[in-house]
Design a protein. Structure first.
Length: 681
């Protein structure tokens, strides 16, 4: 019998939309997951990935019992053990290491769930109490976040629903159809009402196909384009002088820098026609309301933070912020009053100072010996909400690190991922349909609650429960380790959000002005949009946004003349959903898009097997000869599990551990390669 009242929940995945879900249950089994039509942003619509969530939850390969390694590292030889046996074994080994130095233990997690409870509550309490090393969770958004902080003051921007009223929408570094579907629906409303849509992206994406104009620039050159747009706004006086005078800081210095970037200079750097740059500047300077939907593709190169800074200056120059359908949105997460100290309890460190390790450099860090600068060698790794062997850069080194016989590795997982293959223990975790959680969003301003729709499958336990149980086995007696998952949901926002309203409706919209910066009021120290950042100047850094060339600039190396970007395949989300057969069937196989011009020069035919390589490694996949790739750039669609690749690799065999200009983020789209044809497979 079908449940007459579908269970309200929230999508847990790393996407700006944070959709409200309704799960229909029959005889204890989730039979349908759909969008909640009562939630205005979801409006009953889900992406292809999450609409398959019931298939993922009831997947026949789901890990449903604790597993202990019985064969050599990486052999995938495991045996089922009881929870008590697994927890006792893990606690004993962690206790032994912690007795020498708890900083030899490292948690590794990211956004396998975006939930505040299953992603950053009891786990943080556990590692704070232990005194373990801390993780800089930088692998996605820190460069862009720093760019916003030093320009707008935080991860803030316009409300997404008002894009529907914009007359010009610039979609910058985002394949919105695949990764921001509900924003795209607002953009389509605007388009039907006569708005002009412009896409800026090195790849001719599905989104670019649907826009009026596509600027297919070279990867990592976005700041040069933004500065050239400023140049044209200045020389044609398409400026709101009153807004600049009242609500910005550092205009004269920015003006001087922008005037160094005529469109001809930017066109040479970006690989764009001069006329396209001039036209976009005119459109931006003469259309109201105008808005930019910026996304994180922009910041995955050396100068990523500066690029975000430069783009974030544009709305203030024209006074676009004066109207609710004008301005910019990269992330709205700064609007959420999350009580992180209450959730994570950093006070459990009790005065100790733990080192911080950047998750981007895990390949190098797992191979580092103990030293006075690095500290103790990493002896234990606890991985949850992430699949670093597949998703971390320079993955040959990551695999080498995970293969260390002396590294003790615990993985909390749903499936036998590339990372789980190297575990000593695998602990079965619940999916979103089986536990409590509460969410923020980074593409809208609604808090969402997730109720469990079904009982945990097999012996699966929630992340929070697993860390609660580990704390007990480690002898931690603080009362905070007794908090239930529902209690943690209540603590996440404290009194700032009416939890009873959340329980009743499943979501709560945060209050806020429709046009947040119409009269300034930016959350910067000056209260202004900071073209010139005194905080950066105090650190000895350039206080103005500038173009920062790639670590591996296109054409810089004769040996590796092609730039490679690795955007997500449309039906995957990072490495999630790769094992859902219906979605993998759509994607087919690991692919490299290459422009006909570059393919012809290398004797590469459509569908043939190619080797993509650089000094870090080699990756075999199938070529798609098409104009989704521009000349000089190849697109390695990811992120496939390595074990499903032709040669047991994926695109991250080629990416580097080099970091961004600010925020110490990854540079996945700053990668030079060569491509050659291989014999057919």
């Amino acid at each position: 019998m079908l449940s007459s009242n579908p269970v309200r929940g929230a999508c847990p995945h790393d996407c700006p939309d944070t959709c409200a879900l309704l799960t229909t249950v029959e005889n204890g089994r989730a039979v349908r997951v759909q969008g909640n039509p009562a939630h205005r942003h979801t409006d009953g619509v889900l992406c292809a990935k999450v609409s398959k969530y019931a298939e993922r939850t009831h997947h026949p390969e789901r890990i449903l019992t604790p597993l202990m390694r019985t064969g050599p590292k990486g052999s995938r030889q495991f045996t089922s053990v009881s929870w008590d046996e697994a927890l006792a074994g893990i606690a004993a080994r962690l206790g032994e290491i912690a007795a020498r130095d708890p900083q030899a233990i490292l948690p590794y997690s990211y956004a396998g769930t975006m939930g505040l409870v299953q992603g950053e509550s009891m786990d943080r309490r556990f590692f704070h109490r232990l005194g373990a090393s801390q993780l800089a969770r930088t692998i996605c958004a820190t460069a862009g976040g720093e760019g916003l902080v030093h320009t707008l003051g935080g991860k803030v921007g316009m409300r997404v629903e008002f894009f529907a009223e914009s007359r010009l929408i610039v979609i910058w570094g985002s394949n919105s159809i695949g990764s921001n579907l509900h924003f795209w629906r607002y953009a389509q409303q605007a388009k039907r009402a006569g708005a002009r849509l412009v896409c800026i992206d090195p790849r001719r994406t599905e989104t670019a196909d649907k826009c009026h104009e596509h600027l297919q620039l070279l990867p990592g050159t976005d700041a040069a384009l933004a500065l050239a747009l400023m140049h044209e706004l200045i020389v044609h006086d398409w400026l709101d002088h009153d807004y600049i005078a009242r609500y910005t800081l550092g205009w004269e210095a920015l003006r001087a820098r922008a005037l160094q970037w005529p469109p001809e200079r930017a066109a040479a750097v970006c690989g764009l026609p001069v006329a396209q740059i001039r036209q976009l500047a005119q459109d931006w300077g003469t259309t109201q309301p105008a808005a930019i939907r910026l996304n994180y593709g922009v910041q995955r190169a050396h100068g990523g933070a500066n690029a975000v800074r430069a783009v974030a200056c544009l709305p203030a120059l024209t006074g676009a912020w004066r109207q609710r359908a004008g301005g910019l949105l990269l992330s709205s997460s700064g609007a959420f009053p999350v009580q992180r100290a209450a959730l994570q309890r950093p006070d459990l460190l009790a005065g100790r100072t733990s080192r911080t390790i950047n998750m981007v450099t895990i390949g190098d860090d797992l191979l580092r010996p103990a030293s006075p600068t690095f500290g103790p060698k990493i002896e234990a790794l606890v991985v949850y909400n992430s699949n670093p062997v597949a998703v971390a850069p320079d993955s040959a080194k990551v695999v080498q690190g995970f293969a260390r016989e002396d590294l003790f590795t615990v993985v909390l997982e749903h499936f036998q991922t590339d990372t789980a293959d190297w575990a000593d223990y695998i602990l079965p975790a619940t999916t979103q349909l089986e536990h409590w959680d509460v969410h923020l969003a980074y593409g809208h301003t609604d808090v969402l609650l997730n109720r469990p729709a079904i009982a945990p499958q097999g012996q699966a336990r929630s992340n929070a429960q697993i860390f609660r149980d580990l704390a007990r086995h480690m002898g931690f007696t603080e009362p905070c380790f007794d908090d239930t998952d529902e209690q943690l949901c209540r603590q996440a926002y404290g009194e700032a959000v009416d939890f009873e309203h959340l329980l009743a409706q499943g979501f709560v919209t945060l209050p806020g002005p429709e046009a947040p910066f119409a009269q300034g009021g930016f959350p910067t120290p000056s209260g202004r949009c900071e073209f010139h950042s005194p905080r950066l100047a105090a650190r000895g850094l350039d206080p103005l946004p500038d173009y920062v060339p790639n670590h591996e600039a296109p054409g810089q190396s004769p040996q590796y003349p092609l730039a490679m970007i690795s955007p997500p395949a449309r039906n995957f989300l990072n490495s999630s959903f790769v094992n859902v057969q219906s979605l993998r069937d759509i994607e087919g196989r690991p692919l490299l898009e290459i422009h006909p011009q570059d393919a012809a020069a290398r004797g590469i035919a459509d569908g043939s097997v190619v080797r993509v390589f650089n000094d870090r490694g080699s990756h075999a996949c199938h070529a798609v000869v098409c104009e989704r790739a521009r000349p000089g750039v190849v697109n390695g669609l990811g992120i496939w599990w390595r074990k499903l690749g032709l040669d047991g690799t994926n695109v991250n065999q080629l990416t580097s551990q080099a970091l961004t200009d600010l925020g110490e983020g990854p540079t996945f789209y700053d990668c030079a390669v060569q491509v050659e044809a291989l014999a057919s497979r």
